[in-house]
Design a protein around this ligand. Sequence first.
Ligand SMILES: NC(=O)c1ccc[n+]([C@@H]2O[C@H](COP(=O)([O-])OP(=O)(O)OC[C@H]3O[C@@H](n4cnc5c(N)ncnc54)[C@H](OP(=O)(O)O)[C@@H]3O)[C@@H](O)[C@H]2O)c1
Length: 278
Amino acid sequence: MALDVAGKTVVITGASAGIGRELALLMARKGARLALLARRKPLLEELAQECGAGSQAMAVQCDVTQRPSCQAAIQTVVSEFKEIDILILNAGMSMGCYFEDIKDLADGDFMLSLNVMGVANVLHYAFPFIPKVRGSRIVVISSIAGAIGVPFRTLYCASKWAVNGFCASLRTELEEAYGENAPKVVVSCPPEVATGLNTNRLKFGNEATAQFDEKTAASPTLAAQLILDAICEGVRIGFFSKMHAWLHSLYACCPSRIDKMIIDGVKKSHRAPRYGNM
Ligand SMILES: NC(=O)c1ccc[n+]([C@@H]2O[C@H](COP(=O)([O-])OP(=O)(O)OC[C@H]3O[C@@H](n4cnc5c(N)ncnc54)[C@H](OP(=O)(O)O)[C@@H]3O)[C@@H](O)[C@H]2O)c1
């Protein structure tokens, strides 16, 4: 039976904008109790207000790359809510630069620290407070770029493939330790979603980055709904369409064909320096 989030305590990292913000609003409407984490506390406070009277929502400043900040944030959450039923590890950034055009690799260190260690850091402190029952969820917002290779996102793909592997390993550990009561580990793999991620891409020393045409992207509202569906169903890996699930499953047996489809598709949906369409 699908999970009902009403009354559940939900922690969302990267809740101040984009997908995290929409998830917060959607889950507030469903009656969840929310802890909203990100660096920009004023945005979180506005969001907590917006979540409305029907829902309990708290704004907690947290930089997921800084372990003391994660520890303090989780302490604040559990001093109020005691337990964390659903942990959504969503904070992240992207890039839009061909590997051979990278001028400064320092952005790569930052991206891996945010997209990979940011997940591990928050989970490390939250884990003791997650009830070890089937209804608990550990959710990682990965990307379609975590399931297949996409151009001008080498280190982004590396970070998202890394978190997919992290979750696959974690699932086996939970299964071994808690059997039927293992919390479900849900990996969501969105395609392009029209959020600030597109415009805030790390530049790796360049002036501009590749960007997608927002008309071809999913809305944050749709993204939040599809992610919530995956959470409630407790799926291992959630794609936004049958086509993406199909690309993922065929990647192992005919990777060259899938690569070609991706290159052609990305050329249509993205503006990138090498395509001469910037
Ligand atoms: N949009 C897409 O096309 C797309 C597609 C696939 C996957 N995703 C994934 O979805 C997730 C959310 O992306 P989005 O599209 O919603 O991006 P977004 O609109 O740019 O929001 C990113 C969020 O991450 C937070 N964040 C960034 N650095 C942080 C840090 N050090 N500590 C804590 N929070 C931090 C930001 O808050 P503060 O700045 O306030 O800290 C913000 O709330 C990311 O993991 C991304 O990779 C997005």
